[in-house]
Design a protein around this ligand. Structure first.
Ligand code: FDA
Length: 309
């Protein structure tokens, strides 16, 4: 990554945690251009988009946005929102599941309370035949998130999985352990600002590690989601699976709502399972900023859409 891009990314990711900027974003709703990446502010908006994607052969994971909450009352609201979301997915016959962030359930405030809220969502999802993915946030939460998923699995909840980030040095070991326990994983490059003592800094090295992790998981045949918009990585996955005789039922591709939609449709047409990550809710600001940081060109797109309205 060149110096300018690194500076841009660091500045934007710093803004993701800024409370004043977050409050301002809520005031202006999705008008700042975030609607390109966010399905809407309500559950009905998300369900409508999920139906549209399902009709095009794309399955979904719905994410009620909210992270780093300030109280366990807010955690209880997240829990209720996820119960309502599961009921709606089931009632509307959506081909999809849910993703949630552990800090949205109070991981930073009360670990036992967080565990019990997430457990209740996972159990309800199991009752409805649905799957729950715990997204991976920044490194202070890696260990606790992995442990939470391992505990739930050990309790017999097999409908829960998490995410492993290729930029972290620790990920190879984590994959080894989680694969041995048969845990469903999503593999990503990683979206947060991490210190050099924990994470690879160079895109080339992250990409190489991502390929290594993909190969290890495909060889294991434990169900894996390859979540990327990087066509080189997608080509690598397809070719690795083909040459090793790994069935398409052992993995799926995932991409974010609003990003590379034609590629999502093309993969689905080829017969791969493709899942679109569909975020919704009023707390869209940090999610939106991470999407801008991933690709400087997005900022130009957003500025253009603001000034040409
Ligand atoms: P890379 O950044 O190299 O991008 C490859 C190409 O894809 C770019 O050249 C561009 O064309 C396109 N692209 C990528 N990002 C774009 C954007 N924002 N806007 C427009 N085009 C873009 N991270 C995390 O830390 N924890 C998590 O739980 C998750 N969960 C998750 C779920 C799903 C379904 C996806 C797809 C991604 C995540 N991520 C994540 C984010 C992930 O870590 C990573 O930041 C992004 O996917 C961008 O990396 P790529 O693999 O797409 O490659």
């Amino acid at each position: 990554m060149d110096f300018g891009t690194r500076l841009f990314r660091t500045a934007l990711l710093g803004l993701a945690g800024n409370r004043a900027a977050r409050a301002l974003s809520q005031k202006y709703g999705l008008k700042l251009g975030a609607s390109r990446f966010v399905a809407g502010e309500t559950m009905d908006d998300a369900i409508a988009q999920a139906k549209r994607l399902n009709a095009a052969g794309i399955t979904v994971t719905l994410d009620y946005l909210g992270e780093s909450i300030g109280s366990m009352e807010e955690a209880a609201e997240s829990e209720q929102a996820y119960h309502a979301l599961l009921a709606s997915i089931h009632r509307e016959g959506i081909q999809g599941n849910v993703s949630l962030k552990p800090t949205q359930f109070g991981l930073a405030i009360d670990r036992d309370g967080c565990r019990s809220g997430i457990r209740s969502v996972v159990k309800e999802a199991a009752r409805l035949g649905l799957f729950v993915r715990l997204d991976m946030e920044d490194s202070p939460w890696t260990e606790a998130t992995i442990n939470l998923v391992r505990e739930l699995h050990a309790e017999g909840c097999c409908n829960v999985g998490t995410v492993i980030q290729a930029y972290l040095y620790r990920s190879e070991l984590d994959i080894h352990q989680l694969t041995a326990e048969g845990i469903n994983l999503r593999l990503v490059k990683g979206a947060y600002k991490e210190p050099r003592k924990l994470a690879f800094d160079s895109k080339r090295v992250v990409d190489a590690n991502f390929r290594r992790l993909i190969a290890a998981r495909l060889d294991s045949r434990v169900y894996t989601a390859i979540a990327t918009h990087d066509e080189a990585i997608i080509r690598y996955t397809k070719s690795y699976a083909r040459t090793r005789g790994i069935p398409r039922t052992a993995f799926e591709f995932q991409m974010l709502y609003g990003i590379r939609t034609p590629l999502q449709l093309a993969l689905a047409k080829e017969g791969y399972t493709v899942r679109s990550y569909v975020p919704f809710g009023r707390s869209w600001y940090p999610y939106f900023v991470r999407r801008l940081a991933e690709r400087p060109a997005n900022l130009t797109f957003i500025m253009r859409s603001i000034f040409t309205r």
